[in-house]
Design a protein around this ligand. Structure first.
Ligand SMILES: [Zn+2]
Length: 469
C-alpha cells in the first residue's frame, strides 16, 4: 500500500504542470492574483514617464517591495531618472537570473487617442494607455513574478535580480542601462536576462507562435559628405556637390547589400516555413538555399520589407542637407544614412564596399559614433532558451517557438555585450493589434486576458530556471 501511494504520488509530481520544483510550493492561483496584477499595471501606466520622471515609478516599486519585506536599492545619475534594483538570494549554485523592464515611455499626441493616454482606461476587454505594451506590461510581469517568488518561500538555485531601468527610449546622457552597466555592473551581472523584445501571435483566441528575441541589428549610422567648389548658380560646375551627393544616394539606395543568415534567422526561416501557407513557405525555404535565395529578394523588398531587412546589413538614407540659396552652389552637401548592421558585420570592410559602390572621390563616408555596442546573438542551446520553449509548449499546446532577430535595437545589446545571454519576451497580441495599437503607435493597448497570461508565462519561466529542484 505504502509503495502504491509512493508511486502514484510520484506520478502526480511528474504530471503536474508545476512539478519541476519538487517539494517546493510554486503553485499560484492565477484567478486570485488578477486583481493585484491589474492594480499595479494600471497604477504604473498612470505614472507619466515620457523620456523622464522614472523616479516616480521607482518610488512606487520601492513601496511595493518594502511591503513584501524586500530591500531595494536605487541608482540615479539624474535624480529624476532613477533605476531600481532588488535581489532575492539563491544558494549560489548557479549564476543569477536578471529580470528587467524599462520604466520610460515614448511621448503621446493626446488628440489621437480615444481615451486619456495616461488613464489606463479599461474598455472592450483592453487596458488603453501609453506604455501598456512598451514596457509597463513587462514591468508588471517582472514585478509580480519577483514578489510571488518571495511569497512562495521557494529556495532558489540562483539569485533573482529585478531591475527597473530608466531611459531606454531616449538616453542621450546615459542614465539607464549604460549607467548600470558602466557604473554598477556587479548589481545586475547575471548568466541570463529576460526582458522586452519578443512577442506572441494570437489567432482566433489561441497563441500560435511565441517569438523569443535572441539578437538584434546594430545601429551604425554614417553621413555621406560631398565637397566641391562654391559659386554662382548661373554657372554650372562639374564638381557641384549636390549632384555628386544625389548620385551617391541613388547608388547606395539601390545597392542590394549581401544577404547573410545567422543561427537565429536560419532557425526563424526554417520554422516559419513549417507553419506558413505554401507560397510563403516556398519563399522561406528559398532563403535557406544560397542559390535560390537571390530570386526572392525583389519580392521581399517590395512586399515584406522587415523580412528583407532581417537578411542583411541595411542602408536607409533618411536626411539630406545642402545649400543656402537658390542662386548659390554650396561647397558641401550631406546625407544621413541609417545603417543597421547584422551582428558580427565587419563595419570597416562594409564601409570599404560602400566606397566602391559610390565610386566617387568627391564623396566621403563619415561614421556617426555608435549608440549601442555590438554583441553576439544569445545562444539557442542554453538552459534558459530551452525553458522558454518548454513553458511555451506547456502553456500553449501546438505552439511554434521562433528565435527572432529584431531589426531595431534594445537594451539587450548592452547586456549581451557584457556576456549575459538575454532573451526578449512579450505578451500575446493579434495581427490587428500589432499593426494598429503596438509599441510607439498613436494608440497603445493590451488585452486584459493577455496581460494575465503573460505574467503567468514570466512566472513559469523564472521559477522553472531559478527554483531549486
Ligand atoms: Zn520598450
Amino acid at each position: 500500500m505504502r509503495n502504491v501511494v509512493a508511486v502514484s504520488f510520484l506520478a502526480l509530481l511528474l504530471l503536474a504542470p508545476a512539478s519541476t520544483t519538487q517539494g517546493q510550493n510554486t503553485t499560484v492561483n492565477w484567478e486570485k492574483e488578477k486583481a493585484e496584477i491589474l492594480q499595479h499595471y494600471r497604477a504604473l501606466v498612470q505614472i507619466k514617464t515620457p523620456y523622464s520622471n522614472e523616479t516616480k515609478v521607482v518610488e512606487y516599486l520601492k513601496k511595493v517591495l518594502d511591503a513584501e519585506g524586500i530591500p531595494s536599492k536605487t541608482f540615479a545619475l539624474d535624480p529624476n531618472r532613477a533605476n531600481l534594483v532588488a535581489r532575492l538570494k539563491g544558494t549560489g549554485s548557479k549564476r543569477p537570473l536578471l529580470i528587467l523592464a524599462h520604466t520610460d515611455v515614448v511621448d503621446v499626441q493626446p488628440e489621437k487617442w480615444p481615451v486619456d493616454p495616461f488613464g489606463a482606461v479599461m474598455r472592450d476587454g483592453y487596458i488603453w494607455g501609453r506604455g501598456t505594451i512598451d514596457d509597463k506590461d513587462k514591468l508588471v510581469a517582472m514585478l509580480m513574478t519577483f514578489i510571488l517568488v518571495k511569497r512562495s518561500g521557494a529556495v532558489l538555485d540562483r539569485d533573482l535580480i529585478f531591475l527597473a531601468e530608466s531611459g531606454e527610449e531616449a538616453d542621450p546622457t546615459g542614465v539607464g542601462i549604460n549607467f548600470m552597466v558602466n557604473q554598477h555592473f556587479d548589481e545586475i551581472n547575471a548568466e541570463f536576462a529576460l526582458t522586452e523584445g519578443g512577442t506572441m501571435r494570437l489567432e482566433n483566441g489561441q497563441v500560435k507562435v511565441v517569438q523569443v528575441g535572441t539578437t538584434e541589428k546594430v545601429p551604425k549610422r554614417a553621413r555621406l559628405v560631398a565637397t566641391g567648389t562654391s559659386g554662382h548658380g548661373s554657372v554650372p560646375r562639374v564638381d557641384n556637390p549636390v549632384v555628386h551627393l544625389g548620385a551617391a544616394v541613388e547608388k547606395i539606395g539601390n545597392w542590394e547589400t549581401p544577404m547573410h543568415l545567422n543561427e537565429t534567422t536560419r532557425a526563424y526561416f526554417e520554422k516559419l516555413a513549417g507553419i506558413s501557407p505554401p507560397d510563403k513557405a516556398a519563399r522561406c525555404r528559398a532563403l535557406l538555399d544560397p542559390q535560390r535565395g537571390k530570386t526572392v529578394q525583389r519580392y521581399l523588398a517590395e512586399n515584406e520589407p522587415s523580412m528583407y531587412s532581417m537578411l542583411r546589413t541595411s542602408i536607409v538614407p533618411t536626411m539630406l542637407k545642402a545649400g543656402v540659396g537658390a542662386n548659390v552652389i554650396p561647397s558641401e552637401a550631406e546625407a544621413t544614412l541609417d545603417i543597421r548592421a547584422l551582428p558580427g558585420e565587419d563595419i570597416d570592410e562594409f564601409y570599404g564596399e560602400m566606397k566602391r559602390v559610390i565610386n566617387d572621390p568627391a564623396v566621403k563616408i563619415v561614421p556617426i559614433p555608435a549608440t549601442r555596442p555590438e554583441a553576439p546573438p544569445s545562444r539557442l542551446d542554453t538552459e534558459m532558451y530551452r525553458v522558454l520553449e518548454q513553458v511555451s509548449k506547456r502553456m500553449y499546446p501546438g505552439v511554434t517557438v521562433l528565435p527572432a532577430m529584431s531589426t531595431g535595437a534594445s537594451d539587450m545589446a548592452q547586456l549581451r555585450a557584457k556576456g549575459i545571454q538575454a532573451y526578449g519576451l512579450g505578451p500575446a497580441v493579434t495581427d490587428e493589434d500589432r499593426a494598429q495599437y503596438g509599441a510607439h503607435s498613436d494608440v497603445e493597448r493590451l488585452s486584459e486576458a493577455s496581460l494575465y497570461r503573460f505574467v503567468e508565462f514570466a512566472w513559469n519561466s523564472v521559477t522553472e530556471i531559478a527554483v531549486k529542484k
